[in-house]
Design a protein around this ligand. Structure first.
Ligand code: NAP
Length: 303
């Protein structure tokens, strides 16, 4: 129930109607019985500063950020956490002492399911597919995990070189080598962890995979295949990986965990109902939460 004292949270994006975050956060808020609401705010790029000023004026407590504002918001914030600086993108903003503070919870969200594996990551090799925004959080996360080598593959040499250079003055000591896609067969045979950060295989193009059946056959037994995509579940990539004996991890837990960290910051409390958040997302993704028409819109979404 909205009252005169209801506190505001939300997500900004353009478009934003695809976002799954309102479902996840409002489910948690309802479960906790708190007088908060989490709203989608469609903000066009040219209105970003005006929106921030407006949010300050109406007392917004904090908000999530999705495409296309994750980098554009950086100069508009009073403070940026070291991890968000290292990634070069902010996905969560908190109002603190009348100032906007930005951070990046995708990094810890990505690592969270990996921490449940009691690996000594210092001896492990990661192969990352793609060099976009999510790949930046993945590289930062793998570095925090202490992984020994990161090999990242992309299809555009200039973008790969720019990606590599962007870490040169980073506070993180990133051990990264970039490669063109043709190196995949050789690298995949060394991978203890293979991460897909490309959108290949995401709904509605569910029959596609970023790797061929022949290439994935070279994945060492027991390796982890981690797809950041959360719908369909499993993706073609994860099905291929399971068929050659890999451990499959989908992107849903990353989505849940980045939201959990953000909600704890906004509410200033140590626990939030993670099972409720996960279940709300699963229901929305399976169409039970919103009906089939809306499911199609939300199914291929990015946070
Ligand atoms: P992005 O910035 O657009 O980057 C996509 C990357 O994939 C780019 O490097 C792009 O290469 C590459 N790519 C696209 N199509 C390709 C193809 N056919 N073959 C090879 N590479 C291809 O997108 P993003 O924000 O990083 O998101 C990527 C994926 O991660 C999406 O599926 C998104 O839903 C998912 N994601 C999930 C979570 C989560 O919480 N689970 C969080 C963030 C993102 P070029 O640079 O050459 O174009």
């Amino acid at each position: 129930m909205i009252t005169g004292k209801t506190q505001l949270l939300g997500v900004i994006g353009h478009p934003v109607e695809h976002s799954l975050s309102p479902t996840m956060h409002n489910a948690a808020i309802a479960n906790l019985g708190l007088d908060y609401v989490y709203l989608p705010f469609p903000i066009a790029p040219e209105n970003l500063k005006t929106a921030l000023d407006g949010f300050a004026a109406i007392g917004v407590v904090g908000f999530s950020i999705t495409i296309p504002h994750k980098q554009a918001i950086l100069p508009l914030l009073s403070d940026i956490t070291p991890i968000a600086q290292a990634v070069g993108a902010v996905n969560t903003v908190v109002r603190k002492d009348n100032q906007w503070v930005g951070t990046n919870t995708d990094v810890d969200g990505f690592i969270s399911p990996l921490r449940n594996y009691n690996h000594d990551w210092s001896q492990q090799v990661a192969v990352v597919l793609g060099n976009g925004g999510a790949a930046r959080a993945v590289v930062a996360g793998l570095t925090q995990l202490g992984i020994s080598e990161i090999h990242l593959l992309g299809r555009n040499l200039e973008k790969l070189q720019a990606f590599q250079q962007s870490w040169e003055n980073s506070p993180l000591e990133v051990n990264l080598q970039v490669h063109e896609w043709k190196s995949l067969p050789e690298l995949i045979s060394q991978a203890n962890l293979l991460v897909n950060t490309t959108p290949v295989g995401m709904y509605p193009r569910i029959g596609e995979s970023p790797v061929s059946v022949e290439d994935i056959a070279n994945l060492p037994p027991g390796a982890i295949a981690y797809d950041l995509i959360y719908t369909p579940n499993p993706t073609q990539f994860l099905q291929q990986a399971q068929q050659v004996g890999a451990v499959a991890m989908d992107g849903l837990e990353m989505l849940v965990q980045q939201g959990v960290i953000a909600l704890k910051m906004w509410l200033q409390q140590d626990t939030v109902p993670i099972d409720i958040m996960r279940q709300a997302l699963r229901e929305q993704l399976s169409g039970r939460g919103r009906g089939v028409g809306s499911r199609e819109q939300g199914a291929g979404s990015r946070e």
